[in-house]
Design a binder for this molecule. Sequence first.
Ligand code: ATP
Ligand code: MG
Length: 420
Amino acid sequence: MEIKAIRGFSDILPPATRRWRMLEERAREVLEGFGFSEIRVPILEKAELFSRSIGTETDIVEKEMYTFEDRGGDLITMRPEATASIVRAYIEHKMYAADPMAKLYSIGPMFRHERPQKGRYRQFHQINVEVFGISHPMIDAEVMAIVMHYVSLVGAAGCRLQVNSLGCPRCRLPYTKNLRAFLSDHLPHLCEDCRRRMERNPLRAFDCKVQGCQDIMSEAPLVSDYLCTECADHFAAVRNYLEALGIAYEPNPRMVRGLDYYTKTAFEVVAGGLGAQNAVAAGGRYDHLVAALGGPDIPGIGFAIGIERLLLVLPDESLPPGPSLFIAALGEGPQREAFSLSYKLNQVGARTMIDYEGRSLKAQMRRADKFGAHYVLIIGEDEQRSGKAILRDMKEKKQEEIPLPSIFEEIMRRMGEGSP
Ligand code: ATP
Ligand code: MG
């Protein structure tokens, strides 16, 4: 019986892998430029890390986590997001000791047991960005500027930034009370989940995908009308800094995000044409998360970009590989020559391919074509004897004779890969 990949888990095949790498490389360049350093955290964590940070009443923790008992009897979760792990690492390694400020990023797979559909998978990939130790609203604007700069740099079309403030525990207390009262007035029309969450986490009702609940929530009181002076001032300053950087944004007072740890600023980058899966990136401030996970009282802010979602809004052009060379060799002597020459070229970073099976020139040319070779070097026994080879430029449809002794230098010069 044929074994297939698990539902919601995808292979990323060539040539798509080239676009993935482009997205990852651009992200690294942009983030390193903004003063970030890479952190790599494990894929498995103790289950408790996520229930304590994301919140027990959230979709992720209630329905989506891959949690299992390992052979030692520990309850383990395949990370559904990266912030909790990065916060854990920040605390565990006392990365705040000399200076609480840390700008960290990480790229990798996340796991959520959701219903697979376009833009929603069970293994998906995120670019995660976190800043610790800065409560100044300037950093809120900066992280939003970074994500908007990045999506436009890689050519994502139609991305819009939506911003909200979720307040702090102080302003959320009277707000939640009123929201709960509102929900209880509409109790008979709420879905099962919203009814259950009303007591412990009424804010979640804004995130409910059930149409009936969404209709009700369009009339619900908004957290933005309840912000305390500090939160209102912070939000005004954030918007001000966004304007200073020339970043266009839309206030969205109903956006609450699917994780419990957010305070003050929350934001999403949405794109048209993605249906319900329209969030390309999302994030916000989490001023109490470090303390909640046992660390000192240090604020944080971050976001995650969904790479699969980003790919859906990128123009569908294939990225041509760099210049490449196929060496077509005919006969045993030329084949040996091709084998060594190719290795020498690979060692200095040139992209090459040879024939291993001693096939006909026609078959070799077909493979050169599949490889997308810019140049084909043809070495036959006659050529070898006369000390020459033929270099064919497949793009320009031209060919020339090149003396074998200087072949390496000549090829390197044409391929523009630097000199040996
Ligand atoms: P959604 O409302 O679409 O479920 P979310 O609020 O659960 O998103 P976050 O936890 O904030 O998403 O994750 C940040 C980003 O990761 C999302 O904006 C999206 O681009 C991506 N993402 C989240 N879940 C998935 C998934 N199952 N498959 C693919 N990408 C995802
Ligand atoms: Mg989700």
